[in-house]
Design a protein around this ligand. Structure first.
Ligand code: BG6
Length: 479
């Protein structure tokens, strides 16, 4: 008998800006990613204030899900997906973020997507904001640094909640909200890039601004959750964190404390607010140590308390080490790097592969919050080889996913309440950190390349057939 629940939500995950394309179609406005060029593991992508005709902006065409959604959702259904995590592109609904009336053509597109899901028995899990802030809000207000974004976000939420109330039950307020705890979050999640043009890695880091912008996102998230609970009691509202598991590199107590602080800074701070409805006990010292003062308005504490989430979701790709010792080697990672763990191997992008870290993290999170959990991103970004006969033999991806599912099963046996699993980039799409197509995660290969060429055809990789069997056996047959 499977250890996973009978109603376990097997599926896959994507984000609008990374796969829809059609960036200026049917009234869509420009989003922050529409102003990001392509990059690579070694060359950071750029943020540009205008669209330069001689540069490549991968989100503009991406894999053109906008025009291929029926074919793609049929392929997801063929794998047996129960759930499809996607996001709504804010700029399809409110092109500059400030309109009072939503764009009907944008709303109609997601009607078609959700109806298509339904016709295949797949339920959507919708991220309201997945690194897709309207660029106009970034330029005019410096993104989430300005509290007025809370109102724009609420207008957007009210429009999509009402429109899709009969089609969507599961909602996530912000993708990887805790990326705002790291400098890269200024571009990805917070949009605090007013007047900036240059490599993404060179956006000036302003902790005061990031923490304040995050406060506004916490308020927005809590208001949206509370509004949904009051008006649509059938909705299930979740948070979404980028869980970067870290270990102390040595047993030196100084390293243990440094790791505790890193775990709070990176992983716990945001979800402590979103799940418990108040800032954690360690927040004051964290702010003081980083020279931060949060401006709060009367009533904010009550808003946070009323808007706590129903379930906790997170992405998990890798782990890192933390140390105060100088002899450790540095290594890359998702959103933030760390120190090398001698017991782990890393992907071609330097992300350390750590399936047991997923079991460990699931246990830590569940012990802390005791609400249902869902792994809404996990996967291996890798170079794939397309064979002449149209096959892709991605045994490395199967190995990665198998070992992580095995550890999820262990966590369930440990007592964790796990609702579902949606591996990232279930169809190849544009990388968020580098803008590459070459960094592929999918079960489905898309004939699209870094130089913008490709015919957009879709092909089933070996992992496609493997995952289909995993779902059909509710995670029992992982061979
Ligand atoms: C997560 C994001 O951080 O990781 C996704 O939510 C992203 O948007 C994914 O694509 C994988 O990262 P990358 O940089 O390999 O695309």
């Amino acid at each position: 008998m499977s250890v996973f629940r009978d109603d376990f939500l097997w599926g896959g995950a994507c984000a609008a800006n990374q796969f829809e394309g059609a960036w200026d179609v049917d009234g869509k406005g420009e989003s922050v990613p529409d102003h990001c060029t392509n990059g690579s593991h070694t060359h950071p992508k750029w943020v540009t204030q205008t669209i330069h005709p001689d540069r490549l902006y991968p989100s503009h065409q991406a894999i053109d899900f906008y025009h291929h959604y029926e074919e793609d959702i049929a392929l997801f259904a063929e794998m047996g997906f129960k759930v499809f995590r996607t996001s709504i592109n804010w700029t399809r609904i409110f092109p500059t973020g400030e309109e009072t009336q939503p764009n009907e053509a944008g709303l109609a597109f997601y009607d078609r997507v959700f109806d298509c899901c339904k016709s295949h028995g797949i339920q959507p899990l919708v991220t309201i904001s997945h690194y897709e802030l309207p660029y106009a809000l970034a330029q005019k207000y410096n993104g989430w640094a300005d509290r007025r974004l809370v109102d724009f976000y609420m207008n957007y939420c009210k429009a999509i909640f009402e429109r899709y109330k009969d089609k969507v039950t599961y909602w996530l307020t912000f993708n990887e909200i805790n990326c705002g705890m790291m400098p890269m979050g200024s571009v990805l999640g917070l949009g605090t890039i007013q007047g900036f043009e240059g490599p993404m890695t060179q956006v000036p880091d302003k902790p005061q601004e990031r923490f304040q912008a995050l406060h506004h996102q916490f308020i927005a998230s809590a208001l949206a959750v509370d509004y949904a609970h009051q008006h649509y009691p059938q909705f299930k509202m979740g948070n979404m964190d980028c869980f970067i598991t870290t270990y102390p590199y040595t047993c030196d107590p100084t390293d243990i404390l440094a790791n505790q602080q890193a775990m709070r800074q990176t992983n716990w701070y945001c979800s402590d607010v979103q799940v418990r409805g108040e800032y954690p006990s360690y927040a004051k010292r964290m702010w003081a140590d980083q020279g931060v003062t949060i401006r709060m308005e009367p009533g904010d504490a009550e808003i946070l308390k009323k808007g706590t989430v129903d379930f906790y979701t997170f992405s998990y790709y890798m782990s890192n080490c933390v140390t105060t010792h100088k002899d450790a080697d540095h290594i890359d990672g998702n959103i933030v790097g760390g120190f090398k763990n001698p017991y782990l191997k890393a992907s071609d992008w330097g992300w350390q592969i750590d399936p047991k870290g997923l079991r460990y993290s699931l246990n830590e999170i569940y012990d802390r919050y005791r609400i249902p959990l869902m792994v809404v991103e996990n996967g291996l970004g890798a170079y794939d080889t397309l064979e002449a006969d149209g096959t892709v033999h991605d045994s490395y991806r199967i190995d990665y996913l198998r070992s992580h599912i095995q550890q999820m099963a262990e966590a369930v046996k440990d007592g964790v309440d796990l609702m579902g699993y949606t591996p990232w980039g279930c169809i190849d799409l544009v990388s968020a950190s580098t803008g590459e197509m070459a960094k592929r995660y999918g079960f489905i290969y898309v004939n699209k390349y870094d130089d913008g060429t490709g015919d957009y055809s879709r092909l089933r990789k070996d992992s496609f057939y493997w995952y289909k069997k995993v779902i059909a056996t509710n995670g029992e047959d992982l061979d």
